[in-house]
Design a protein around this ligand. Sequence first.
Ligand code: FRU
Length: 439
Amino acid sequence: MGMRPNYHISPKHGFLNDPNGLAQFQGKYHVFYQWLPDVVPQGNKIWRHCVSEDLIHWSDQGCGLKPEEWYEKNGCYSGSGITEGDSYYLFYTGNVRDSEGGRETYQCLASSSDGVNFHKEGPVVYLPEGYTPHFRDPKVWKKNGRWWMVVGAQTKELKGNVALFVSYDLKKWQWKGNMLDSSMDWGYMCECPDLADMGERQFLIVSRQKEDGCKGMVFAGIMDYEQGRFHISEDTGVLLDEGFDFYAPQTFTDESGRRLLMGWIGAGEIEYQMSQPTVKEGWLHVLTIPREVYVKNDRLYQKPAEELKHLRKNEESICGTGEIAIDRHSKCMEILAEGLENQTITFDFGKVIKFLYKKESGNLLVFRKKWNGEGYDEKEIHLDKLEDFRIYLDQSTAEIFLNQGEKVLTMKSYFTEDTLIHMNSELQIKVKTWLLEEE
Ligand code: FRU
């Protein structure tokens, strides 16, 4: 089995990046991802297509969109999906390069009536004045009887922003201008924008490229559809995920009305990416588990989709104080600790992931073992209190949900067979574990 995850979407071979075109169509969940058949980070990207009935078992459908036409000849770049009536529509960026390294960008449409064959309808949005060709990743949604599209942009002043468009028929789009206040620092490019309209509250999700790195951020605010402006309520956004490896998240609303999110467990400098041990197995990167986003305390929380519970097998429960050791001989597990009272607590999974929560400071120190050197990568995050944690481990990834998803940490973590769990608590705690393995 190597390092391939069991219940995460991963490519059989080649390179995976952003989740694309997420939707539930005629009952089935569809996920595409940016894909190259070889393990190289750059090239003419393809949309690889996966389908699931239950969000936990995914079947690979092969290539969904391949760069074949003039307007996408150097890649079918990221985009989104929506369903309307009997049709499933995909919006994506056609990437075109010339021999001098110049770039052209077209926001394109493809449609399907069966969720299998997608018919390309060509560009529907051309680059408006005022932007560089770093203009991509259309995300479409419906509100007040109209269709809205956000596109990640770089202005001629080399500043990040998000362009807004509106349409009545999905084919003719009117440009409404920049959606974000340009006096704020949005880095030099905003990739993969997404407006999660949660009713009373709206959240802008954006993968912001800034000199200090590329990060998946979320900003709470109010969307003024008439003016075409998003007014943020705080002047600093927060990381959508505090882990080491998370980027390009996208949300969609499913047929039951839940808003689900998936992101890319990858990104980072090219040398960092290419140093991952799975490269030797001929594949690189995975998508996150599907997470449900919801609003609590005016913030966006994330919890694993309920369906993940169907993977649970062989429940074991342990109750104790002080040093606790659990050995489940598995690298595919769920670990749940709830009702944690105010206490200092340490957790260690196979010496690959460790964390220490200090009740005095409210700081959580997180350590992830390096695979390409000695020692650990480290992070410190603040939590007023630690009430619970839920961890999903899957061969080479870990997703840690703290306080019912107030904060999430996603990271690559290469577990060995020695996967003993050690915990140390001041007060009595109860920990449940499940194996999440194939029969
Ligand atoms: C984000 C991104 C997108 C682009 C895609 C290309 O990771 O750079 O902006 O559409 O990847 O694969």
